[in-house]
Design a protein around this ligand. Structure first.
Ligand code: S3P
Length: 441
């Protein structure tokens, strides 16, 4: 099978410095905001993965010029709603929920109908969570079910809304913030805490945004119709991609890794907080600020005495894309770990909670699920020698990468399908593993 990899050996000890690819959330936001700025924005170190390249293709389809010159992306924007839309325009967001949802926010004033489609996985996901609030602005949205394809035809008669986002979804919050940019007046958003990259970019671009932070919710006001100038942005490394190497190092004997220049925004570092509580050895060095975002090198060492955790669900949104690999740490911990309110995990590129449970059970890890809560009964002596075949996971990139980490950490003979899935977020993943010494066929 050309698209299948085989792993038959645990990884040997390593001590390396690596750079992972750039942050996906920031790359997509930088492109979308550059498409609305006035003038030429320059984005360096853009993540060149399928999700992000689909964002580039999408703004080009909407009449925005974007060229790669000397490794920098130059984007010429014509200001808010400065798209030139041809009849029967279709945008293919591929696998990217972030792209599909955020771009809907930018199209609330579009002069022609735009159809948004996606791949098999994206077409199964819920879009009503953004289309329902967007309709309240007065824009026209047509969709048969709650899912893609969605058609949007904007209006010149937009009105600001009051919106409560209660899932902790940064995609929903951001779509509404982008729609608010094109809407006269002030939109009020009460949003359960989630990654705040859009807020930080709005602040950096000096857009009229006001944020009051509560314990579990943020109260955000965005006033629309303020043009902003083109900008430069250098995208830092992605903590969600780093997560696979953090966990691999923690689970491997006598190993150490330094992962350089990673975005360590407080709303993204749940994995570090959770793993530290479980006794993993992780430190941040070389901390810097960049345009409102925090960056640092992440240093991880092998962890011997991993212990179970009663994971506070307040950390869920800060580790939402990392739970698959956090479960691997729980599988090797001394004692039981409890994770609560994980329903959002089943709303991702694949039903990740269901799939993680199946994988953990298939490798002999005892788990107990009660509704959206999960107990993982750890075994510090977990060591595998059976045959395992990971397949049918809707080509979810993070399930593929989690399986590689499990194989290299726990042993056994593994076949893992859909290698191409890494192109979604982390095209150099397998090359980096090989650089650490992993034997992968
Ligand atoms: C993202 C937000 C999260 C995350 C996704 C990227 C973003 O999704 O899972 O990978 O860039 O805003 P939700 O907003 O649906 O939780």
């Amino acid at each position: 099978m050309p698209n299948q990899i085989k792993i038959f050996n645990k990884i040997s000890s390593f001590n390396k410095t690596i750079e992972v690819t750039s942050d996906k959330s920031l790359s997509i936001r930088a492109i979308l905001l550059a498409s609305q700025a006035i003038g030429v924005s320059t984005i360096s170190n853009l993540l060149e993965s399928e999700d992000v390249l689909n964002a580039v293709r999408s703004i080009k389809k909407l009449g925005i010029q974007c060229k790669k010159i000397d490794n920098q992306y130059k984007i010429l924007g014509y200001g808010l709603n400065g798209f030139t839309i041809k009849k029967k325009t279709t945008i293919n967001a591929g696998n990217s929920g972030t792209l599909a949802r955020l771009i809907l926010g930018l199209l609330v004033k579009s002069e022609k109908t735009v159809k948004i489609i996606g791949d098999k996985s994206l077409s199964k996901r819920d879009f009503s969570r953004v289309t329902e609030p967007l309709k309240k602005f007065g824009t026209n949205i047509m969709s048969k079910n709650k899912s893609l394809p969605v058609e949007i035809l904007g209006t010149n008669f937009l009105r600001p809304i009051n919106y409560i986002e209660s899932k902790g979804s940064a995609q929903c919050k951001s779509a509404i913030m982008l729609a608010a940019l094109n809407t006269p007046g002030t939109t009020f958003i009460k949003a359960k805490k989630s990654r705040n990259h859009t807020e930080l970019l709005f602040k950096y671009l000096k857009l009229p945004i006001n944020i009051k932070s509560g314990k579990n919710y943020d109260f955000i006001k965005v006033t629309g119709l303020n043009q902003f100038n083109a900008f430069d942005y250098i995208v830092p490394g992605d903590i969600s991609s780093s997560a696979f190497f953090i966990v691999l190092t923690a689970l491997s004997k006598n190993s150490k890794i330094r992962i350089k220049n990673i975005n360590v925004n407080k709303s993204r570092i749940g994995i570090i907080k959770i793993l530290k509580k479980m006794n993993c050895k992780i430190i941040l060095k070389n901390k810097k600020k960049y345009k409102g975002e925090d960056t640092a090198d992440i240093i991880v060492k092998s962890s011997k005495n991993i212990k179970g955790i009663n994971c506070p669900s307040s950390l869920n949104s800060t580790a939402i894309d990392e739970f698959l690999v956090i479960f691997l740490i729980a599988a090797k911990a001394n004692g039981m770990s409890t994770f609560k309110n994980l329903s959002e995990l089943n709303k991702k590129e694949s039903p990740r909670l269901d799939i993680a449970i199946n994988i953990l059970k298939s490798i002999g890890v005892k788990v107990k699920r009660e509704k959206d809560n999960l107990k993982v009964f750890g075994n510090p002596n977990l060591n595998l020698n059976g045959n395992f075949h990971i397949k049918n996971f809707l080509k979810d990139h993070r399930v593929f990468m989690m399986s590689c980490v499990a194989a290299l950490s726990f042993g056994g003979n593994w076949k893992i399908d859909d290698k191409e899935s890494i192109k979604t977020s982390f095209p150099i993943f397998l090359n980096l593993l090989k650089k650490l010494g992993a034997k992968i066929n």
